[in-house]
Ligand binder design. Structure first.
Ligand code: 5GP
Ligand code: ZN
Length: 162
């Protein structure tokens, strides 16, 4: 990652204080926060705290730390949302569908028959890029709902960094 003093990138929505400040779990390098418009219950995002766009900007060590942290978070989410499976996806680059140019891993807890087609999550993520974030198909959480789920997940993750 780019080791500059200012670790944020002007105009990046994931570099805003509101995002990092509302994470439910973090390490010095990475943060996990709830998706404002989850495609399924538990849909969370994991990002590097410093601005970077692509996996290729991480060192091997950082990549390892990111995956280990992601697995810990996923384990908590699976228990919390009573799920038996999960999807992980990174859209790395515009051609791959990345809309927020700050590296992020989608973590989506899954249950049997939670979507008509088990791979429907991909279309749902794609559709968020077509500007339907606030539509009835994919409701945006209210600030109260977002804060509540974040607080509950903070408690659930409390043991992770100990
Ligand atoms: P992408 O389409 O780039 O793979 O994913 C961007 C994700 O960020 C989408 O799933 C979208 O719902 C989520 N998102 C966009 N803006 C915000 C925000 O302000 N707060 C949170 N928590 N998530 C956001
Ligand atoms: Zn950023």
């Amino acid at each position: 990652m780019n080791q500059t003093t200012d670790q944020t990138h002007q105009g990046c929505i994931f570099c805003r204080k509101e995002i990092i400040g509302k994470s439910f779990c973090s390490t010095p390098l990475f943060s996990a926060f709830y998706n404002i418009a989850p495609i399924l219950p538990g849909h969370s995002l994991l990002i590097p705290n410093k601005h970077c766009e692509s996996l290729f900007e991480l060192t091997d060590e950082e990549l390892g730390e990111m995956m280990v942290f992601a697995r810990k978070i996923t384990s908590v989410l699976k228990t919390f949302f009573n799920c038996d499976s999960f999807d992980w996806t990174i859209q790395d680059g515009v051609s791959a569908g990345q809309t927020v140019p700050h590296l992020h891993l989608h973590i989506i807890p899954r249950k049997p028959l939670d979507l008509p087609e088990s791979n429907e999550w991909y279309n749902k993520i794609q559709r968020s890029e077509d500007g339907i974030l606030d539509s009835e198909n994919r409701a945006r959480l209210s600030e109260k709902e977002y804060n509540e789920i974040t607080d509950r997940l903070k408690v659930a993750c409390a043991s992770i960094n100990k």
